[in-house]
Structures are given as C-alpha cells and as structure tokens.
Design a protein around this ligand. Structure first.
Ligand SMILES: C[S@@+](CC[C@H](N)C(=O)[O-])C[C@H]1O[C@@H](n2cnc3c(N)ncnc32)[C@H](O)[C@@H]1O
Length: 217
C-alpha cells in the first residue's frame, strides 16, 4: 500500500504481470509489458514462423517468450542493450522449462548483438523499440518509474525504428517479415522508412489506433 501510495506502478509492486499466456516477472529494470504489445507478438505468431525469429530490445522477454510458447519457431534470438533487462529476461526464460532451449539471449546495440550466422536467413524480426521523443511529456507513473532507455529514442522518437527498418532487409530471408511497434502518429513516417520492402502496412491495436508496422522483404 505504501509503495502504491508513493506512485509506484502496481506491476512493480507485485513483481509480475500477465502477457498473453505468460505470467512474467517484472521489476524496475524493464518496461512493464503493455496490452498493445500483445498484438505485436500476435502478428508474429499469426505468421507461424518455423525457422529463426529475432526480438530486438526484448526487455522482460515478453515477445520472444510468447513466440517460444505459441509457435514452433526453431530458434528465437532475443537481444537488449541493457544487461539489467537481460537479467530479467533470463529469469523469465528459466520459467519456460524445455521450451527455453530454443531461446538465446544476447547483449548489444540492435543488430550488432545478433549472431552473424543468421544474416540473410531470418523469418521474422520483431521489435517494440523505444519510440518516445525526448520532448514528449509522459505520465508521472511512467516517467518516474520505468527505464528511460526503454522509452525515449532520441530527439524525434523515430531513431530506433529508423535503425531497425533500415538494417532489417540485410537480415531477413527473401519473403521474411519485419514487425515493429510504433506510436500512432508515426504511421506515415514509419511507412516512408520501408521503401526497400516488397510490401508494408500499419495495423491497428485493440483501441483502433495505428500501432504495428508489418513489412515484407
Ligand atoms: C519499449 S522497451 C520493450 C521491451 C519489451 N520488448 C516489451 O515489449 O515489453 C524497449 C527495449 O529496447 C531496449 N533498447 C534500447 N536501446 C537499445 C539498443 N540500442 N539496442 C538494443 N536494445 C535497446 C531497452 O533496453 C528496452 O528493453
């Protein structure tokens, strides 16, 4: 009660939160998994990937671990620049039992963390990257408690999306798919970043807001 009264998000107070079928451990080292990200993970799961899936900026592991339990993907590579976040993802991975053997965790800056042997052969690249601009106001419960590096991308908010959409074609197999969570107001800018793809569209979240960039190589 005292922690809630001090403004701490309920998810950190109870140290856990539901995401799709998972009960994830969460603490202040990671972003609290959001309902809109369940739709992002769902877009990957609907593709029924059987080969390699890469989750960039995995945080608690929410997307990567959902792909592990809800698809037959052979290899799931999850990365984060934050060693602290990866420690949380590792704790959640430990709860998956035998399904955890298909998930690998790597620390580093976006694609620099991905093992070189999957270059050009990835089925799906998925990311919920930071996409807030430095000047944007956030509710106190978010700004004061959640990791800034998980939220703020830079001056425009598009920096991480630009990096990921720009480099993903080198890593996807022909016909492979990029799935990225965006802010609704970034729809047009995100689509403009996808001129090198065969097809790109933005899908809506459960509140009918533009949220999921899906682009096919
Ligand atoms: C919005 S959070 C998403 C966390 C989790 N995937 C989810 O959906 O709940 C963004 C994540 O990207 C990570 N990140 C930020 N900059 C990064 C970079 N340059 N390379 C890799 N990961 C990065 C953050 O540490 C954070 O865990």
């Amino acid at each position: 009660m005292a922690r809630r009264e001090a403004g701490e998000p309920l998810q950190y107070v109870v140290s856990r939160w539901g995401f799709r079928t998972l009960d994830l451990y969460v603490d202040r080292r990671v972003l609290i998994p959001r309902p809109e990200t369940e739709i992002v993970a769902g877009a990957v799961i609907d593709l029924d990937p059987r080969g390699v899936v890469v989750d960039l900026g995995t945080g608690s592991g929410a997307i990567a671990l959902s792909v592990a339990v809800e698809t037959k993907a052979a290899r799931i590579i999850a990365t984060d620049a934050s060693a602290d976040a990866l420690a949380v993802a590792r704790a959640n991975l430990a709860g998956l039992g035998h399904r955890a053997t298909r998930v690998e965790l790597y620390e580093g800056d976006w694609f620099a963390a991905v093992p070189a042997d999957v270059r050009g052969g990835v089925d799906v690249i998925v990311s919920n990257p930071p996409y807030i601009a430095a000047h944007e106001d956030l509710p106190g419960e978010v700004a004061d408690w959640e990791p800034t590096t998980a939220l703020v991308a830079g001056a425009t908010g598009l920096e991480a999306i630009e990096r990921i959409a720009g480099e993903a074609p080198e890593w996807l197999r022909p016909g492979g798919t990029l799935v990225v969570e965006i802010a609704p107001h970034q729809r047009d800018a995100a689509l403009r970043l996808c001129t090198r793809y065969l097809h790109a569209e933005v899908r809506k979240d459960l509140t009918e807001r533009d949220r999921v960039l899906v682009a096919t190589r």
